[in-house]
Design a protein around this ligand. Sequence first.
Ligand code: SF4
Length: 140
Amino acid sequence: MTEKKKPSIFQMIKNFAKDSAEFVKNGAPMCSEEEFKERMDICRACPELTDEDKCGLCGCYMPVKAGWKTTECADDPRRWSKLIDDDKGRAAMEDFANLEQGKNAVNNPQDFLKISGKSKATQADERREHIRKMKRRPQG
Ligand code: SF4
């Protein structure tokens, strides 16, 4: 049997950032108490859960991650799934990937701001900075 690779700190931060972006993008939908309990019961019976309630595969703190409808188990096959429309989730993931790679989402300040979920003042500053950068880019 092959041992599953544990995530590095960098990978854990990346995983959590990705989950957070998808959660915010979908309007921060929280699980009901029953859904949360059902997920946590599965995690608590899973050999990957650490004593600190973190998943050994993704590194996420499960009492937080299991409360978000947009998240899913990190194992393959999954022990529990997302509780939202998958098309929306997929679109959010694509937006996040584009954002990471500096593609479409970053070319559109509105998309960038929708994903970031920051305060209006911060968003206004970032929008100005983004527009400044876009103007400085060589044309053609
Ligand atoms: S998310 Fe999946 S793999 Fe991780 S602890 Fe929970 S059930 Fe186990």
